[in-house]
Design a protein around this ligand. Sequence first.
Ligand SMILES: C[S@@+](CC[C@H](N)C(=O)[O-])C[C@H]1O[C@@H](n2cnc3c(N)ncnc32)[C@H](O)[C@@H]1O
Length: 365
Amino acid sequence: MAAQGAGRPNMRQALESAGAHFLNLVEIGIVKTFIDYKVFDQIVDEGDIAISEVAVKVGGEEALLERFSNYLIAAGILASTAPGRIAHTERSRAYRTGEIAAGFIVHVYNLFLRPMARWTEYFETNGLAEPKDAHKIPLGLATGHPDSDMYGVLDAEPKLAVLFNRAQAGSASIYSLKGVYDFGWLQKAPTQPGERPAIVDIGGGSGLALRDILVDNPFVPPEQCAVLDLPKTIEQTKSQLNEDLRSVRLIGGTMFETLPQPVRGALIYQFRRVLSDFLDNAIVQALKQVREACAPDSRVLIIEELLHPNQSKFSLAQDISVMNFGGKRRSEAMFRKLAAQAGFNVNAVYRGPATDFGVVELLPA
Ligand SMILES: C[S@@+](CC[C@H](N)C(=O)[O-])C[C@H]1O[C@@H](n2cnc3c(N)ncnc32)[C@H](O)[C@@H]1O
């Protein structure tokens, strides 16, 4: 038997590895289609159902559903009790409408798989490089808006915007600052009711991050807090406003322009899960606007998943995913560099316990 040459790939292993990529793609295609057509919802929780019956219920062709089901049975995602019949497994139950895993698959499909399918064309046109222009992104190419930035794409694709916002809301609670960042210093800060703003959440969206802070730190006066976000987002926030946020100021605007009077000189400016969606130059521009609005004792909190050595594969995959819309995960050192360009120093970095998120606290230089 001939010895394997050093450095020569083992053909069987190589094919198995390549085949695994292929199987993952087939799987996500079928699972996504079954989620779209609510096939998993039709399967009774206990017991089984005929594929022919499912086909009638979802308005699909039995032959196709059988073919797709056969794959999912072989993959262990569905079970089969008899020919032509399917039953749930723990894995398929997680893909019923409203389940987090189902939302995640749809999100990955739209914001990763679709843009990724255009990478060849994207790199041929733009060079093998990270997006350098927010208006030239793989997501734009994939959705038929090749000159739009991410928010332009979401404006033009309301269904995609709903899915995007749902995914953000679904993961919001994992970034709790309780036990991570101590807001206690606000109690000693020179502010009186009706005076300078306490916390301004820039890109605060639904305001739920601010709400958590207010609940955990009852000494922070809500009427001295604000959410500044794009006018469209603020409209949406107002239409479904959480009870606890009734006295918070909701201000439509953009972080790329001079901050309006009511949010100038705040004690804290917070950017949570906002800056990773942008290119370096945009981040510097936004931070410069905040710097210009700061009082000497203002602090800025950047709350993001921070890259670090020993990063999990999942976290690195998410970094690649946000590249599709011009985003990027950054390390503390990368934020430090951008902050310096905008006139800030990093005062401290606090890390969340379970996930990779952290808080980079900046002080005006
Ligand atoms: C990923 S969401 C994060 C929402 C919220 N901070 C959270 O952690 O749940 C990004 C937010 O940034 C907002 N945003 C995008 N561009 C903005 C801009 N130019 N100025 C202010 N906010 C912006 C979006 O409308 C959205 O609410």
